[in-house]
Design a protein around this ligand. Structure first.
Ligand code: AKG
Ligand code: FE2
Length: 419
């Protein structure tokens, strides 16, 4: 900040920040001004810096570009000016960056701690025990996915490969060599559909790991908090887009929402620059993350710049997925991201191991989905001829299965002829 002020003078820096804050964050002006000044400093220094890809920690954090949206005004009184302004700021953030940072006082840190501890203990079990929880026949969409199964979409997708080739070197992801070393556990949050849908594979019965009698309670508690937060985000985004507040959440009812922690064994994968999850975007509607104990997640903004994720305390990170891109006809782009081992990731692993905890990096991730039988088509004013050409309507179930086939989770040989 001092660098910016030195270059431009206090008055110019403050005037620019105040204008921006009054436009986007009238509810929280002081924090807003701080964020804007930090963002100005970050964009100035990142323009000067040629960051080699092997030094990712020099990237500015994502909190310098996305405003923090407090959902309390919406929860207290959706019709208030404050709430409506927050909705607009949220929608703008999603359109401009594919990302939103939320502050939601309903989300409790103690519940996240219980969830992260449980998942560390789960993933630290011998592989043979975890293999009992794998449901390959359901495309791994419940239970565990072993390490080295999921292949990042950008390993094979021609469009994505071309996109990477066109990136300046300081924003390129680490080159994907093969499947991801991360494990994963999928735990469904919310009711499964009762009617026969044709998408039973995507809505299968849950898997309870044998050694954890209180599994469901801990997972449900954290999962429902995250789902509530991401549903509020979907309502506010809809309003900010000029749509009815339920335009997106009505599609989410009975959706296969998945609490989806990844687990990466830092005891094994501790070399800096190891890819834990290669460059990809998510196939669902919105992905919400609590704060992981370990750094390593990088996200790309719509303009192609790379940021490291440092979630401010008490906040949640939301990134748009492919279903949101379809519903908005590309006005919101499904955000790209990767997870890599950074020097700081190794330091955390060493500290956790010294404290007697399993050195596994857990992500606190929930994938919110559109229900499998619902149609994905550009909503409201997003439904231009061009958008409909680029995003032809299809059910969410078809869309999910088609991506699962590309990332080695569903068997491509069982695809219907049109895919
Ligand atoms: O591990 C993380 O932090 C995120 C992993 C991820 O991108 C995913 O699960 O799709
Ligand atoms: Fe992801």
């Amino acid at each position: 900040m001092s660098e910016y002020i030195a270059a431009h003078g206090v008055q110019e820096a403050l005037a620019a920040a105040v204008c921006e804050v009054l436009r986007t964050r009238p509810a929280d002006p002081i924090l807003g001004i701080r964020d804007i000044l930090l963002a100005m400093e970050a964009s100035k220094s990142s323009a000067k810096m040629a960051v080699p890809p092997e030094e990712p920690m020099k990237l500015p954090p994502v909190s310098t570009i996305a405003p923090v949206i407090d959902v309390s005004s919406w929860l207290n009184d959706p019709s208030s000016v404050e709430a409506q302004t927050a909705c607009k700021a949220l929608a703008e953030s999603l359109k401009a960056t594919g990302i939103a940072l939320l502050r939601d006082s309903r989300v409790s840190e103690a519940d996240e701690v219980a969830f992260l501890d449980l998942m560390e203990d789960y993933f630290a079990q011998p592989d043979e025990l975890k293999m009992a929880d794998v449901r390959k026949e359901f495309h791994y969409q419940v239970g565990a996915t072993p390490s080295m199964v999921e292949i990042p979409i950008c390993k094979t997708d021609a469009e994505c490969i071309e996109r990477i080739e066109g990136m300046p070197s300081e924003h390129k992801p680490l080159p994907i060599s093969g499947p991801d070393p991360k494990w994963r556990f999928f735990w469904r949050i919310g009711e499964r559909p009762k009617e026969v849908s044709g998408y039973e594979d995507l809505n299968a019965a849950p898997v309870h790991p044998a050694a954890f009698p209180r599994w469901g309670e801990t997972m449900d508690r954290w999962g429902h908090l995250m789902l509530a937060s991401v549903s509020t985000c979907a309502e506010m985004a809809a309003v900010g887009f000029g749509l009815p507040s339920s335009a997106i959440t009505s599609l989410m009812e009975h959706g296969p929402h998945l609490l989806a922690p990844t687990g990466s064994d830092l005891g094994k994968h501790h070399e800096v620059n190891t890819i834990l999850a290669g460059f990809h975007n998510d196939l669902n509607l919105l992905t919400i993350h609590g704060k992981s104990r370990y750094p390593g997640l990088h996200v790309w903004l719509r303009d192609g710049t790379k940021r490291r994720v440092a979630i401010p305390n008490g906040c949640l990170l939301v990134q748009a997925g492919m279903q949101m891109e379809r519903l908005t006809g590309g006005q919101v782009i499904a955000g790209m991201h990767e997870v890599v081992v950074l020097p700081e990731t190794v330091e955390v692993a060493e500290r956790r191991a010294a404290a007697g905890r399993p050195p596994w990096r857990i992500s606190s991730t929930l994938f919110a989905h559109v229900a499998s039988t619902k149609e994905l088509r550009p909503l409201g004013d997003f439904a231009t001829d061009e958008a409909l050409r680029l995003y032809p309507p299809m059910t969410a179930g078809e869309q999910v299965l088609s991506v699962l086939r590309k990332i080695n989770l569903a068997d491509p040989s069982k695809a219907p002829p049109s895919y």
